[in-house]
Design a protein around this ligand. Structure first.
Ligand code: CP
Length: 312
């Protein structure tokens, strides 16, 4: 595998390999020295055209823990404001040397364009493209679920909320179904994608009916910045029907966990009490995100390292 662009590109064996490798990387977090020399001499470029806290920082931490050099590019403060194109930005960063490129972009398909255009020769990792995909988020979510639930085969995972605008939902449905989970998506009718019938999951509009049968519930952020009022007439009505509060959480089976990819709208899709409860694994998801991104960078970039060392 040269790039990681979509959760759909991962076979079950490839996904398991990433999760197993992340388990090894996760164990480093408990050691006094958290660094490995695996990517020494390699350069990872974080190419972020859209805002991010968790993904950008965890990719940077992951690359540094593997001893790679890191170049951070943010659209804000760059020459994009002077009209520079994606192509010229990519060529400029490639000229500085990039073995791996982590790309977040507001347009669906931008990382695919980078991977296929030849503007950059390194491996490309999709760190979230428009409303399309966010494969490393899905991997860290599956990793977190696996640590709590064991094998995901036959596990009932419920994903709730603004599915229409969610790259996290699409990547999770694809990856979790590959791993054998039974996924149900719950959303208001106005926030269901038109191609939903082709997704490998069930669809429901009744959150309360699905909750008691869920091993894990993933709440999605309501992406008000991507929608108009026709999609979202009332925050209070949304929270009443699709929000997770303490009373709803009580319907979950005893061992069920609650996830959210962040950033959260506390009080809208998830109450503060639920977000901070013992069932919530939201902070743990962030920790696991570093391990997953270490595993992805290691698996994509360390092979070419070996080849180079062998031929040197
Ligand atoms: N979950 C996620 O992608 O968060 P950020 O936007 O903060 O990276």
């Amino acid at each position: 595998m040269k790039h990681l662009l979509s959760a759909a590109d991962l076979s079950r064996d490839e996904a398991q390999l990433i999760l197993d490798t992340a388990e090894e990387m996760r164990s480093l977090a408990d050691r006094p020295i958290k660094k490995l020399p695996a990517l020494r001499g390699r350069t990872v470029v974080n190419l972020f055209f859209e805002d991010s806290t968790r993904t950008r920082i965890s990719f940077e931490a992951a690359a540094k823990r593997l001893s790679a050099d890191v170049i951070n590019f943010s659209a804000k403060g760059s020459s994009l404001s002077k009209g520079e194109s994606l192509k010229d930005t990519a060529l400029t960063l490639q000229a500085m040397g990039a073995d791996g490129v982590v790309c977040r972009h507001g347009s669906s398909g931008a990382p695919h364009l980078l991977a296929k255009s030849g503007w950059m020769t390194g491996s490309v990792v999709n760190a979230g493209d428009g409303t399309h995909e966010h494969p490393t988020q899905a991997l860290l979510d599956a990793f977190t679920m696996r640590r709590h639930l064991g094998s995901l085969e036959g596990r009932r995972i419920t994903i709730v909320g603004d599915v229409l605008h969610s790259r996290v939902a699409r990547s999770n449905v694809l990856l979790l179904s590959t791993l054998g989970a039974e996924v149900t998506v719950v959303a208001p009718p106005t926030l269901v994608p038109v191609d939903m019938s082709r997704w490998p999951c069930a669809t429901s509009y009744d959150f309360d009916a699905v909750l008691p049968k869920s091993d894990a519930v993933m709440m999605l952020r309501v992406q008000r910045e991507r929608m108009n009022d026709a999609f979202f007439p009332s925050a209070r009505e949304y929270t009443r029907r699709y929000g997770l509060d303490k009373n709803r959480m009580a319907q979950l089976p005893d061992e069920a966990i609650v996830l959210h990819p962040g950033p959260m709208n506390r009080g809208m899709e998830i109450s503060a009490e639920v977000a901070d409860s013992t069932r919530s694994v939201i902070v743990e998801q962030v920790t696991n995100g570093v391990a997953i991104r270490m595993a992805v960078l290691y698996l994509l970039l360390s092979g070419s390292n070996e080849t180079e060392e062998q031929t040197a």
